[in-house]
Design a protein around this ligand. Structure first.
Ligand SMILES: Cc1cc2nc3c(=O)[nH]c(=O)nc-3n(C[C@H](O)[C@H](O)[C@H](O)COP(=O)(O)OP(=O)(O)OC[C@H]3O[C@@H](n4cnc5c(N)ncnc54)[C@H](O)[C@@H]3O)c2cc1C
Length: 466
């Protein structure tokens, strides 16, 4: 066993300096060296009851992979991770570890928890750099059951992977021209390089999965039509329909939903010279919301050249739901946090462009149903923030296109598909998981749901799980 590292602090993650990175789209976190990864892994105490594993939605055997990494056996570490997770390079970068595995780490009691995500990322990158073994060739024979997957985000991809590994002939239908879901159109290049997502999708294609893009289920074809050709259909269509506040001025030019703004920037590369995507480079941007989406939108606006970018959030820093690391990075880059503020109107100029946002001052009252203290308006207290670009990042819901064209598919009042914990829906042969069922959540939960639904599909098809 490698010697234990009792340093109370994590090995710091090398990052691009804030003054440089605030104007480029290259990855912010540069990743550990092999020595740093091994040294961080050696901080693990190998607890017998493994509380960190309980905190991981896909139950990666964390102490086992850290032990291998501590011995510089990164290939072995990767093997352990990939038994439970199909996207380790993605999860190592974007999982909210501080509220999951790392929140349960015993080292966190008297110091900082083990940087589990950082070591996971290193193992996945090491494996890619040192030539991953070719994927096991597809085992789907001529008589293999055909399964359709709608949506190519983490839920659809992990469902497809699990089914393909177990001998199904899988076709993934994706509405956009590029597969990957939020991983390509939402999360920016500087947090998750798109090459990594392409690599993961390439590995699935090697397994025999067919990906069809520009295919909008509910419009180009219906689920019922798919069921004539396929034995089962998994719906992993996410929750991409943006919400707006319903305040005056939201129809002005320069006001975007975060999804539209991020899609133009990330998928359509609006930041590149000569990009065909129309986007007005902001001078002063206001982003409304406090989640990961808001942080991403704010940091993209800054990288497009904005002089000032503010995040307007109606609660305080303590309730801000974004990942701690992203908030810290945003602050270092100079994003202004206007907390306890809530927009009530957007004013425009004579050409119909946004010019400023009127915000009400808020204070925190009694806890609401979510357990968080409810923000209430301070009577008569307002402030105006100049802004030629306003980005609404206040949440999304599932698009009703699919559910509206599938009779008998039960939905929640807010639009989510009703599925049990196995992913089975009210329609025989139709399964669902990820944001389409839970509403906006996380990559790892969507992946877990895709995998669980694949196991239910295999069971209903009378096939064992490998
Ligand atoms: C900007 C942003 C940042 C985020 N940051 C993080 C983070 O740091 N960490 C984290 O864990 N989570 C993060 N999340 C949340 C996470 O990305 C999602 O929870 C996760 O991607 C959900 O996966 P999914 O497969 O259910 O849906 P999605 O990733 O949304 O994929 C759904 C796919 O289905 C396609 N689709 C939709 N309708 C149809 C149709 N009718 N026909 C065919 N295809 C269709 C969509 O085009 C999309 O490609 C972030 C989300 C956003 C928007």
């Amino acid at each position: 066993m490698a010697g234990r590292n009792m340093d109370p602090k994590k090995n710091p993650m090398p990052v691009q300096p804030p003054q440089e990175r605030r104007r480029n789209f290259s990855e912010v976190a540069l990743g550990y060296t092999s020595e740093q990864a091994a040294s961080e892994a050696a901080r693990c105490l190998r607890c017998k009851n493994k509380p960190c594993v309980e905190g991981c939605p896909v139950r990666i055997d964390i102490p086992a992979f850290l032990e291998r990494a501590a011995q510089q056996d990164f290939s072995g570490a990767y093997e352990v991770i990939s038994q439970s997770s199909s996207l380790p390079a993605v999860c190592g970068r974007v999982c909210p570890q501080e509220t999951q595995c790392e929140a349960r780490c015993v080292r966190g009691i008297k110091g900082e928890p083990v940087g589990i995500g950082r070591v996971e990322r290193f193992a996945a990158d090491w494996r890619a750099a040192h030539g991953a073994e070719a994927a096991v060739p597809a085992v789907a024979g001529e008589k293999a059951p055909r399964v359709a997957v709608i949506g190519s985000g983490p839920a659809g991809l992990s469902c497809a992977g699990e089914l393909a590994k177990n001998g199904c002939a899988v076709t993934v239908y994706e509405a956009l021209h590029t597969p990957g879901g939020v991983l390509v159109y939402g999360i920016p290049e500087f947090r998750l390089p798109k090459e990594i997502v392409r690599r993961e999708i390439g590995a699935l294609e090697e397994l025999g999965v067919t990906v069809v893009t520009n295919a909008v289920a509910g419009r180009s074809f219906t689920i019922d039509e798919l069921l004539e050709e396929y034995r089962a259909v998994f719906v992993g269509s996410g929750a991409g329909l943006p919400r707006f506040m319903g305040i005056p001025g939201e129809n002005l030019k320069g006001v975007y939903s975060a999804n539209e703004f991020l899609t133009r920037v990330n998928l359509m590369k609006a930041y590149e010279e000569g990009s065909p995507t129309p986007i007005q480079r902001p001078r002063r941007a206001v982003v409304v919301g406090g989640g990961n989406v808001a942080m991403d939108a704010a940091r993209c606006a800054l990288r497009l050249g904005a002089e000032e970018v503010s995040v307007v959030y109606r609660r305080s820093m303590e309730e801000l739901p974004a990942r701690a690391e992203e908030v810290e990075h945003a602050q270092e880059e100079g994003i202004v946090f206007r907390l306890l503020r809530n927009p009530v109107e957007i004013f425009g100029d004579q050409d119909g462009w946004a010019a400023s946002v009127k915000c009400a001052r808020m204070e925190l009252g009694e806890p609401d149903a979510s357990g968080r203290r409810r923000p209430v308006e301070v009577p008569g207290a307002f402030e105006e923030v100049p802004a030629d670009c306003v980005i609404m990042a206040i949440g999304t819901s599932p698009n009703p296109l699919l559910t509206g064209t599938t009779p008998g598919l039960e939905t929640q009042r807010w639009g989510g598909i009703v599925a049990d914990e196995t992913g089975r829906t009210s329609r025989k042969g139709v399964y669902a998981g990820g944001d389409a069922v839970t509403g906006a959540a996380t990559v790892i939960l969507a992946m877990g749901a895709g995998k669980t639904a694949a196991q239910a599909i295999l069971e209903d098809l009378g096939r064992g799980v490998l």
